[in-house]
Design a protein around this ligand. Sequence first.
Ligand SMILES: Cc1ncc(COP(=O)(O)O)c(C=O)c1O
Length: 398
Amino acid sequence: MGYDFDKVIDRRGTCSAKWDGDPRRAQGVDCMGDMDPRELLPLWVADMDFPAAPEIVAALAEKVNRGIFGYSLIPDSCYEAIIAWEEKRFGWRIEKDWILFAPGAVPAAHMAVQAFCQPGDQVILQRPVYYPFFRAVFNNGARIVNSPLLRRDGTYEMDFDDFELRAADPRTSFFILCSPHNPVGRVWRPVELERVGAICARHGVTVFADELHGDLIMPGHRHTPFASLNETCRENSVTVIAPSKTFNLAGLQATVVIIPDKKLRRRFENVLTRNNIPAPGIFAAAGMEAAYAHGEKWLDAVLTYIHGNYEFLVHTLEDSLPKVKPFKLEGTYLAWLDFRAVEPDPDKLQKRMLTEAKVWLDEGKIFGSEGGGFERIVLACPRSILKDALDRIVKAFA
Ligand SMILES: Cc1ncc(COP(=O)(O)O)c(C=O)c1O
């Protein structure tokens, strides 16, 4: 079946966080005066502007048409779809017992900090990194210890020496790994993951592997689940996957938490129990199962389209705004752009982007000070929307 990813769907007025939100409320932005947020073209939150795969829509419609929305169980077929997906896409064999659920990856990160950290413990983050991780740490009485990524030759690398110093601190108990990495678009290679995994195991640091973007991989790259590397990584890990980014189902709030080690699993389960977190509801389970069982063709097609958008972005910048440098996109649908040559002041950059270009992007500075002067743009939209955004940006910054 062909998919029409060029088709623009008007999402305004649908209570879409992306299209109906206001940067002042969503992100505390204070440089917009009384500007109407509807003037902004939004490419900020990681949310695709494409309809879900027809198989997913059909599975949800079937539930709607039955008209019965009582308490539900997770069917075995849903577990089987998750297990088969990980094995087929990544060669990782997981067992049903290892699987728990959460209403989101960020809630899972919060609960993991509750489960694995004592008040005052340190949690390693590698900034610039997905900013809600900061909340997961400080909302739960722990402290962030930053081991910044190193920027080298248009890409980013982990700083293993620095990481080991932080991990060796007896107050450090937890590491939130973002793999693939949002916002810098790295797909970590097995050698990198093995090295960081060995450091964590050596120093008793538990690894929370946020692999929400693990299915969103660009040509020539391969995602390796952290826990699939070796027994040490497997037994020291909590992995989060979900159909939310992959299949654009964030609103269904279905997230899978995979914990192979029994003791770690018990600790996470205790937090679920203490907060009485329910299992995914009827729509979450149906959408998740349909996605993993029948969504593969749609995913492969959408990835090709997104890669085309990335190439379009690169060529447009080369031709019209060559001082803005895009980083290589290995994974995710989020491009990371270096604006420092056109506007070195992060606050001025944000103001100009919002009030002159009238494009709402995620400002680099919100991923940590290392991101100041950078911008993150979402590529999962019809090319005409991306073109409109780039035209506005070129006009404002050229
Ligand atoms: C790395 C990463 N983790 C988690 C999330 C959000 O997950 P959820 O909406 O399931 O809490 C995102 C969303 O962009 C993300 O990029």
